[in-house]
Design a protein around this ligand. Structure first.
Ligand SMILES: [Zn+2]
Ligand SMILES: [Zn+2]
Length: 136
């Protein structure tokens, strides 16, 4: 692995949150001052192909960009609140069961699984209910 890729993988492993390419670039430049954004995109692409990181769109809440995170040994489901932009990560054995069932039924091997959900989070839903409606 090239030094650039290693640094970028480290940035995502330490982040513990979802970063877009510009933020990855900002953090990686602290160790690689001459790093170009184009290199960041290329490295993210190869890390994705190697299965080291995952790419998400988080329902495009903040625009058209993509977000990256280090892969863990357990896949999780992402829920993005389309009101406040909050992201909830859900780990459930049901997701593992679903994948196993699909693999068994169709005789395939799943290497990448991505499930993104969008809607209204619990706290947005409760403030919404408390807000008096103007309609008489
Ligand atoms: Zn919300
Ligand atoms: Zn995540």
């Amino acid at each position: 692995m090239t030094r650039q890729r290693q640094v970028i993988a480290d940035v995502l492993q330490k982040a513990g949150e979802h970063l877009d390419a510009a933020e990855v670039w900002r953090r990686a430049r602290q160790q690689l001052p001459g790093l170009h954004l184009a290199t960041v995109y290329r490295s993210l692409e190869s890390l994705k192909k190697l299965g080291i990181i995952d790419e998400l769109d988080l329902m495009h809440y903040r625009g058209t960009g993509h977000y990256y995170e280090a892969r863990t040994n357990k896949d999780h489901i992402h829920f993005t609140c389309q009101r406040c932009g909050g992201v909830l990560e859900i780990q459930t054995s049901l997701f593992e069961k679903l994948k196993a069932q699909i693999e068994g039924r169709h005789g395939l091997a799943i290497r990448v699984a991505r499930l993104e959900l969008g809607g209204v989070c619990g706290s947005c839903a409760s403030t919404e209910n408390k807000t008096p409606h103007a309609t008489a």
